[in-house]
Design a protein around this ligand. Structure first.
Ligand SMILES: [Zn+2]
Length: 206
């Protein structure tokens, strides 16, 4: 814990030395332009992927970058719903990035979800339908990669099940993006709806 405290102090001192003006502005309030929804995996640093500065990215992370569908939120699964409401209706972010990643343990666990502890089992049921899109003959690493992409698309569907998000997208007030971050190459592949596949692109800075 002492190390963590020292790290935090170091970061704080660095911030105030290099970004004093920015931090002075940020204490007045936040105006992020982007909501990032990603996996809790310790190997992922959203600010690194997005090349982001303080105040630019509103963030929520959980196991397997899941957005429970609107029907689940209505039944009490509101942790992500609250973030969506605040980001879209109050902060009025212009972009929502739903980012999966290679080597995702949550996606690997889908294959043996019945053996998991109740919390994990309950949570991962919001990703289970991703398996429906993968033919049984796709196996091993290829199956995991396909599952990671299918889950990003499934969670985008879940995002659009929230009426205020669907409405904001229709009105052009918010854009939804489906990404997969590759740990080995540190590159992002983004879903292109017209092409119907993920294509590599340079992450945009925010
Ligand atoms: Zn993960």
């Amino acid at each position: 814990m002492d190390t963590l405290v020292m790290q935090t102090r170091h970061v704080r001192e660095m911030c105030f030395q290099t970004e004093a003006a920015l931090m002075a502005e940020l204490v007045q309030g936040q105006h992020p332009s982007l909501l990032y929804i990603g996996c809790s995996d310790s190997r992922i640093l959203p600010s690194h992927i997005l090349d982001a500065h303080p105040g630019t990215v509103f963030t929520t992370r959980n196991i397997a970058n899941i957005v429970p569908p609107y029907t689940a939120a209505q039944q009490g699964e509101t942790a992500v719903a609250a973030v969506l409401e605040y980001a879209v209706l109050h902060l009025k972010v212009a972009d929502i990035v739903l980012c999966g990643h290679s080597c995702c343990g949550g996606m690997q666990a889908l294959a043996h979800v019945e053996a998991l502890e109740p919390g994990l089992r309950q949570w991962l049921r919001y990703a289970q339908d991703a398996q429906l899109h993968i033919p049984p003959e796709v196996e091993g690493a290829a199956r995991l990669d396909a599952l990671i992409e299918a889950n990003v698309l499934l969670q985008l569907e879940h995002l659009r099940s929230y009426p205020f998000i669907a409405e904001a997208e229709r009105a052009g007030a918010v854009r939804l993006h489906g990404w997969v971050y590759d740990l080995a190459s540190e590159r992002v592949r983004a879903y292109e709806a017209e092409a119907g596949c993920f294509v590599e692109e340079a992450p945009f800075g925010v």
